[in-house]
Design a protein around this ligand. Structure first.
Ligand code: G3P
Ligand code: MG
Length: 264
């Protein structure tokens, strides 16, 4: 893949949900840890508040990752701003906040991190989330390399494409459907993302033949990462960025001679 299509070199490893398992997911603390470990790109999930603002959070509800209760989409910006994203699962990070997309963009810029923004719409909010996130991404990353924007929701990606014709989009699947090429073509999407446990060599070969980078989640074992790279997977998302490192930029091409993810 050329950097012209992407704007930046596709690395082999994306930190999943900011800092993987080493920090509360989808937090600025995670971004700082990723940068400290030499990771160059991060993935995070973005959903809208009741005020229509994009925040970094994975679930439609607050309970698993924060000290709040209820739905993200029913919570105001003020309510989300007051939450603790560390206290539930990462006692060392008590007081860590749920970041806005704007705060994450600023941190990525400051830390020199490329981003994969995953649009994670609450059910029924697909189009709105896609268009709001795409518009903000364009504004927040103006004048610098734009993020890769992905989603499981085709409706969200369509809405993103409608407001941001030049945005680089990625289609997320669990198992890749047989008509994936047509789906990517309709959206003008540049990358294909799927579950590492459900990927097969037929899909890998098709993606290679089309020069479409294939990115797999979530890979926490460096041996598995190595075998995926050898098979032709361009990049992986990892929660164990302390184990699965980025030896060299993949540039979207499969690594025929790559010896595997680095062990840190
Ligand atoms: O974008 C890759 C991965 O993040 C998709 O799964 O559920 O962790 O957002 P999930
Ligand atoms: Mg995600």
């Amino acid at each position: 893949m050329s950097t012209a299509r992407f704007g930046w070199r596709l690395p082999r490893v994306f930190a999943h949900r900011c800092g993987g398992a080493l920090a509360p997911e989808n937090t600025l603390a995670g971004l700082r840890i990723a940068a400290r470990l030499g990771i160059t790109a991060v993935e995070f999930d973005v959903m809208l508040s009741a005020d229509g603002s994009p925040w970094l959070i994975h679930d439609e509800t607050l309970e698993r990752t924060t000290n709040g209760v209820g739905r993200v989409g029913s919570s105001s910006d003020a309510q989300l701003r007051a939450l603790d994203a560390g206290i539930r699962r990462h006692p060392a990070f008590v007081g860590e906040r749920v970041p806005t997309l704007a705060a994450a963009a600023a941190a990525c810029r400051q830390l020199g991190l490329h981003a994969n923004v995953e649009i994670k719409p609450a059910a029924g909010c697909e189009e709105l989330t896609g268009s709001v996130v795409a518009r903000q991404v364009q504004q927040l990353w103006a004048g610098t390399a734009q993020p890769l924007v992905s989603s499981f929701s085709e409706a969200a990606l369509q809405a993103a494409r409608a407001v941001a014709p030049t945005l680089t989009l990625g289609c997320l699947f669990e198992r890749v459907p047989t008509d994936w090429r047509e789906r990517l073509r309709r959206l003008g999407a540049a990358t294909l993302h799927c579950d590492a446990g459900l990927v097969d060599d037929g899909v890998i070969a098709e993606a290679r033949a089309c020069d479409i980078p294939l990115l797999c989640y979530t890979v926490d074992d460096p041996v598995l990462a190595s075998s995926l790279f050898v098979r032709g997977v361009a990049a992986v998302f990892s929660d164990r960025i302390d184990l699965v490192g980025d030896d060299e930029a993949a540039d979207g091409r499969p690594a025929d001679h790559h010896s595997g993810g680095s062990r840190r």
